[in-house]
Every structure is written in structure tokens, then in C-alpha cells.
Ligand binder design. Structure first.
Ligand SMILES: NC(=O)c1ccc[n+]([C@@H]2O[C@H](COP(=O)([O-])OP(=O)(O)OC[C@H]3O[C@@H](n4cnc5c(N)ncnc54)[C@H](OP(=O)(O)O)[C@@H]3O)[C@@H](O)[C@H]2O)c1
Length: 294
């Protein structure tokens, strides 16, 4: 298939780009800078230069594609409006294609809110973190469109690759400061390694029924303190100091979206395993820390 990626240089996107190329797909990806264009080319993708905020500038040059995967996000206060504008331009362009395009939309685990001890599935009601509430009408729009074959993937917290959710812990530990954990060490994060998640995107692209939704979750809910302490141990901090940062302080430093770090969640990835044959191999994130922080 020829697949157009938005966000191909991100934590999720780079892994998806690699996985699609490895499976023999042709990738075309949006790049907003020379540096991003270079990364995409190096990974084997063709480049369309442009910014998701100005789709009118690059849509005319977009070749016909069989699939689109939206993983681009700026994490600024205008991110919802930017994506709405993107969909306003992109969806009609795809609807006018000669072939019906498969469109994977990236949501996220924070759309399910804190679950406590309950294990949320694709059938659970959404209770989005306010900073990402705009995703709900967007994913509904994708799923309800009859002009495309819409599919939604909600990734768990993603680790591995160049970025990922463990990097801040590693940076804190290496700079010999206390490791900052937002809220409490007991907060549980559902997790997935970027390479496993990329396999799920590829399987969904190739096999998922239109209008389906999948949770990309390899491990249901791991206490964040366990990860932070494993990172500290790995980088050689004998007695780790965990600095509990308030949700407000995190939001002030990083943006309102950072309140998601205190979502205490358990989520199930069983549907993707059963229906798509997804078989994530990274099932022990604390052990993965040993490799990632080497
Ligand atoms: N990472 C997670 O743990 C996680 C979990 C659940 C859901 N998600 C969701 O998954 C999506 C991707 O997350 P991520 O962690 O992979 O993000 P990321 O690492 O920050 O990557 C963002 C990607 O979007 C691109 N991008 C941002 N603004 C753009 C713009 N204006 N025009 C063109 N491209 C732009 C970036 O390009 P540049 O390289 O040029 O900056 C990069 O390729 C987000 O919607 C996020 O909410 C992430």
C-alpha cells in the first residue's frame, strides 16, 4: 500500500514509518522542516513538505494514497483547532480519491480518564482529559465518515525509541537531580513499546475492519514509581530521590496536557490481540529500562 504519514518523525511516527517500510509498504510523509525531511528520507520515506496548520499549501501536491495515518500533534494550546482545520482540508481531499482510503486516527489512553482498579476496554465510555477533549469529535468524525474507512488507535503511554515517556526520568537521574514524578508513585500507567505499537498500526492498516477502534496497550497498568526507580537504578543512582511534583506544577511547566500524568489507569489491549493477532513482545517495561537507559 502507499501510505501517507503525518507525524512520521515523532516517538510513534518513526516506529510506524520503520515498520511499514519493513513490511513492504510505500511511505509518503509530511515534514515541516529540513531536519524532519532528512529523517524521513533516511528511514526510507518520500517527503511532502508542509505543516499540519496549513493543509491548503501541501494538499494539492499530495499523491493518491491507499492509507493515511495521523500521528502529528504540536501539544500547544491550539492543537485541537489545528487538527480540526487539518481534517477540514484532508478528509474532503481523500473522499475525492478514486480509491477508498483507510484512515487511522491516533487518540490516546488519556481519553479514558482515571479508571482506578477497573480495566477499561474499547467499549468503555470516554472521559477525556480536558486538554485532549477535542480529540473526541475528531475521532467520531473519522469513524462516522462513509467516504473513508476510518479506524482509531488509542496508544497507551509509549516508551522506547528516541523519545518516549521514560526519557524525562532518565534525564533527571543522569543530571543527578531527584526524579520528578507527577502526583504519586502509585499512579498506574498502561504502557506500550513504540515498536510493538508500530506493529499494531501496520496490522490495523492491513486488516482492521472499517470503523473499528483498538487500544494499543501491552501492559495494563504499571505503577510509575516502579519505572522511575528502575531508571534511577539503571543509571547508577544508589539511593533514588523521588520528587513528587503537583499536577498544577506539571501543567504550568509543560502545558495543560501534562495533567494526564496523574491519570491512574488500567487498560486492556486484548481486542487487538484477539482480532488482529497483535503480539507485543515488550511485556516487562522495568526490564526494558535496562536496555533503554544503557
Ligand atoms: N507518546 C505517547 O505516550 C502517546 C500516548 C498516547 C497518545 N499519543 C498521541 O499520539 C500522537 C503522537 O504522539 P508522539 O508522542 O509520537 O508525539 P511527538 O513525538 O511529539 O511527535 C509529534 C510529531 O508531529 C509532528 N508535528 C507536530 N506539529 C506539526 C506541525 N505543525 N506540522 C507538521 N508536523 C507536526 C512532529 O514533527 P517534527 O519532528 O517536525 O516536530 C512529529 O513528527 C499525539 O496526538 C499524542 O497525543 C501519544
Amino acid at each position: 500500500m502507499r501510505v501517507f504519514l503525518l507525524g512520521a518523525t515523532g516517538t510513534i511516527g518513526q516506529a510506524v514509518l520503520r515498520a511499514l517500510i519493513a513490511r513492504g509498504h510505500e511511505v509518503v510523509a509530511l515534514a515541516r522542516s529540513e531536519a524532519s525531511a532528512g529523517k524521513i528520507a533516511q528511514l526510507g520515506g518520500a517527503v511532502v513538505r508542509g505543516d499540519i496548520g496549513t493543509p491548503g499549501q501541501w494538499l494539492p501536491g499530495l499523491p493518491d494514497v491507499d492509507g493515511v495515518i495521523q500521528m502529528a500533534c504540536d501539544f500547544d494550546s491550539a492543537m485541537g483547532e489545528t487538527e480540526r482545520h487539518l481534517l477540514d482540508g484532508l478528509l474532503p481531499r481523500l473522499a475525492a480519491s478514486r480509491r477508498k482510503v483507510r484512515f487511522i486516527y491516533t487518540g490516546g489512553c488519556w481519553l479514558f480518564g482515571s479508571t482506578g482498579d477497573n480495566v477499561a476496554t474499547e467499549d468503555s465510555a470516554l472521559s477525556p482529559l480536558p486538554a485532549f477533549a477535542w480529540m473526541v469529535p475528531h475521532l467520531q468524525r473519522v469513524l462516522e465518515s462513509r467516504d473513508i474507512d476510518g479506524i482509531v488507535i488509542h496508544p497507551a503511554m509509549v516508551y522506547g525509541g528516541d523519545g518516549g515517556v521514560f526519557r524525562r526520568f532518565e534525564q533527571d537521574a543522569r543530571e543527578c537531580r531527584a526524579i520528578r514524578v507527577v502526583g504519586s508513585e502509585a499512579v498506574r500507567w498502561p504502557l506500550v513499546h513504540c515498536d510493538d505499537l508500530a506493529d499494531l498500526y501496520a496490522l490495523a492498516l492491513e486488516r482492521a475492519a472499517p470503523q473499528s477502534t483498538y487500544l494499543g496497550v501491552a501492559t495494563e497498568g504499571v505503577p510509575v514509581g516502579k519505572i522511575a526507580r528502575a531508571v534511577a537504578h539503571r543509571v547508577g543512582v544508589a539511593v533514588p530521590v523521588i520528587d513528587i511534583v503537583s499536577e498544577d506544577a506539571a501543567a504550568q511547566e509543560l502545558g495543560e496536557w501534562a495533567r494526564g500524568y496523574v491519570c491512574d489507569q488500567r487498560l486492556s489491549g486484548a481486542k487487538a490481540r484477539k482480532e488482529l493477532g497483535w503480539a507485543p513482545i515488550h511485556l516487562d517495561p522495568t526490564r526494558d529500562v535496562m536496555e533503554l537507559c544503557a
